[in-house]
Structures are given as C-alpha cells and as structure tokens.
Design a protein around this ligand. Structure first.
Ligand code: AMP
Length: 387
C-alpha cells in the first residue's frame, strides 16, 4: 500500500455506504473541494445524490470495494454493518479509516464489550450466551431485568429484548437465536440519562472531543439530542475523557461515537461504540464551529483537526417517516421554518416508512430550554400537529 500522504483539496474520498451519514460527509467534503465516490447498491441513495460518483454494487462485493479504493485516495465507511472483508480488501490498496480492525471490533457487541473491559472502561456486567442454560446462569449472576442482544447486525433497538422474569428466558432465547446468531446478555442499567460523545483522532494521534449530548430515545430510536447535557460539568468532562481514552486504546483514526448511560449516582457506563459520524452528533452541524462531518474530512485527508467549540445551546430533533405518513407526504416546512434558529436538514429519501430517518431539525438558541421548546414546536408544525 502507498505511504499515507497529506491529501489537499481536489483529492477524492471513498465512502462505503450511501445513507444520510455519507451524504452529510460528502456535503462537507464538497465544501472544501474534496471529491467523493460512494459504494451503495441503491442508485438513488442519499449519498449518491450529492457525491461526485457512485459505484452501484453490494457492500459485500470485494471487486466493488477494490474498485472504490482504486478510484479514490482514502476510504471510509458510514455504517458498521458493512462487510469487514470487503473493507479489508479496500485497505490493501488505499488507507482506510477507521481501520478494518476497529470495524471488526465495533460491529460485534461481544468483541466490543471485551475490548472495553480489557481497556478498563466501565461497562454494564455482561455474559456471552450460547445456550438457554447460559442464559439461566446469567440470570443468577446478573439478576433481572437483563437485556438480551444479538451480537451482530443490531441497531435502533432491533435484535434485543428485555427479560424481566425466569419464565421468559426460553422464549426470549428462541426469539433472538432464531437465525443461530451469537448472543450477549447485559445487566439492565437503571440510567437517569443517556449521553453520547464523538471523539476524533487524527493520524498523528491528536484528539478532539465534541461536547457530549444528552439523548432521549423513543421506541429505541434517537428522538432528541440536547447540548449541553443537563448534568454536572464534572460528569460531562469525565465522559469526554472516557471517549478520548477509548479512541487511544482502540487505536482509532477517524471518529468514534461513544454511547453511555449515566446513573443516578453520576456513574458512567459505556453502552456501545460506532466508528463513524453519529446521529447524536448532527447538532454539531449548526451548534459547533466544526461539524462532526468536517472533522472526519480533516482526519481522512490528514489535515489538522479542530478543537470543537459549542457556539450556543443546541437541540436536534429527528424527523422520522411518521412525519410524512401522518401528513400524506406533505409536511408543513414553511410553518416549521418560521421559528427562530431553526435549520432543516433532509436526506433525500423518496420513500418514507415509520421509524425511517428522513431528516432532522437543529435549533440554536440562547438557552437549552428555548432550543428544546422551539425544536419540538418546529417539528410539530411540520407534522401539522400544532395549532
Ligand atoms: P443499543 O442498541 O445497545 O444502543 O440499545 C438501544 C437502547 O436500548 C439504548 O439506547 C437504551 O435505551 C436501551 N438499552 C440497551 N442496553 C441497555 C441496558 N443494558 N440497560 C438499560 N437500557 C439498555
């Protein structure tokens, strides 16, 4: 493989995966006159609409990922359920960030939890589950409730079930083990809030962490991100330090999003990692002087990374398919945008479905309370749910 050089504007970034994260990355790249080529099976994918080129093929196609590597200067991926072998194939030809080994660790919950444990990062107690008996033994060790999860391909609450009593063990095991998938069970954390932060680590090891966001989920899908999080400053600082520690210990070059639980005693437990831009970091597009997407462009090209500053309290609300379904495909954007500090980001998806991430609204305001009020009101107006 070629030695890694500084990539000036005009160079080309390859993106495996053509969803909204790739789209926003491509827009940031374009702003600095970098070019992008995306690999995605869908010719109408959100990233393809704004990229300079697309290879329309399966993520698992090694020929396609090699061809992406040949026609670009550096390669990244925008979601972790891509085929790790195909990412490795690209890395034989061009630098891939984060590395295929970071991808392999983070796309498998058990590998991820073991890596965190080894690194001394606090996580909720967990057990590997290969049989119903394992699950029964885990119940004795961990107690109820427990959260049973598939080790791979889980996202937005898919592939997980909460077990609250002995009688549900067999049924829950059968439910998740249907495809013969590997399983992990964790002690349920009675958290007071969920927090996440995104840490960027450059090729030279420089680190910069974004202000953590307080996340409110609905039906296991991120609904609202609030920044600054409404917790003591010392907890926020500890969360940032923890994320930076993870980035170093996993030797991440790129972004690593760290999802955490904060307990009532302000203890931090890491839930999961994502080696890519993250939904909870979308607030940075309007709330920070450098967005998570620009930061990734900087890492990928070898440019200095920025120490991001929060410009003002910012709240992000997701726009899911329901907003379209409930308005017969005609949300009221004009009324949503009447409010001050509102920025609308839409992902160019032509088909809406319940739970599908179609866009988001960021609101920058003088206080967190104002931002939260305006953001939810703006979404309600788009949804035609407000007077
Ligand atoms: P995950 O797919 O692991 O990010 O889980 C999705 C959501 O399920 C999290 O954001 C939490 O709200 C909830 N959850 C997952 N694991 C646990 C746990 N061990 N204890 C409590 N809630 C959990």
């Amino acid at each position: 493989m070629e030695r890694e050089s500084l990539l000036n504007p005009g160079s080309t970034i390859g993106i495996i995966g053509g969803g909204q994260l790739g789209r926003m990355l491509a827009i940031s790249a374009r702003q600095m006159d970098y070019k992008t080529i995306v690999l995605d099976p869908d010719p109408a994918c959100p990233t393809g609409q704004v990229a300079d080129g697309q290879i329309t093929d399966a993520y698992s196609s090694r020929d396609a990922s090699r061809s992406l590597a040949r026609s670009t200067d550096v390669v990244t991926y925008e979601f972790e359920n891509v085929d790790a072998d195909s990412v490795s194939a690209a890395s034989e030809l061009k630098p891939v960030h984060p590395s295929p080994s970071v991808l392999r660790t983070t796309q498998h919950r058990l590998h991820e939890k073991n890596a965190l444990l080894k690194a001394g990062i606090p996580v909720s107690p967990f057990r590997e589950i290969t049989s119903v008996d394992d699950l029964k033994n885990a119940a004795t060790d961990l107690g109820f409730p427990m959260v049973l999860k598939t080790a791979t391909m889980g996202y937005d609450g898919k592939g997980q079930v909460i077990i609250t009593r002995e009688e549900d063990i067999e049924h829950s095991y059968d439910l998740l083990n249907a495809g013969g998938t590997e399983l992990i069970v964790e002690q349920f954390v009675p958290f007071s809030i969920e927090l996440s932060t995104i840490c960027a680590r450059a090729r030279d090891g420089t680190i910069a962490t974004f202000p953590p966001s307080e996340n409110i989920n609905r039906n296991h899908i991120l609904d609202i991100s609030i920044v600054p999080a409404r917790i003591p400053e010392s907890v926020i600082e500890n969360a940032r330090l923890l994320a930076a520690d993870i980035a170093v210990q996993l030797n991440v070059v790129g972004l690593i999003a760290v999802e955490m639980f904060i307990t009532k005693e302000n203890e931090i437990l890491v839930n999961e990692l994502a080696p890519r831009p993250h939904n909870s970091g979308h607030y940075t597009m309007d709330g920070c002087d450098t967005s998570q997407f620009e930061q990734l462009v900087r890492v990928l090209t070898g440019m200095p990374i920025s120490e991001p500053r929060l410009l003002s309290p910012t709240v992000m609300v997701n726009l899911l398919g329901e907003v379209w379904e409930d308005t017969d495909g005609d949300p009221d954007w004009a009324r949503a945008l009447e409010l001050p500090g509102v920025s609308l980001h839409l992902y160019g998806k032509s088909e809406s479905r319940a739970g599908r991430k179609m866009g988001h609204i960021n609101v920058v305001a003088d206080t967190v309370e104002d931002a939260l009020y305006i953001a939810t009101e703006s979404r309600d107006r788009a949804w035609r749910r407000s007077r």
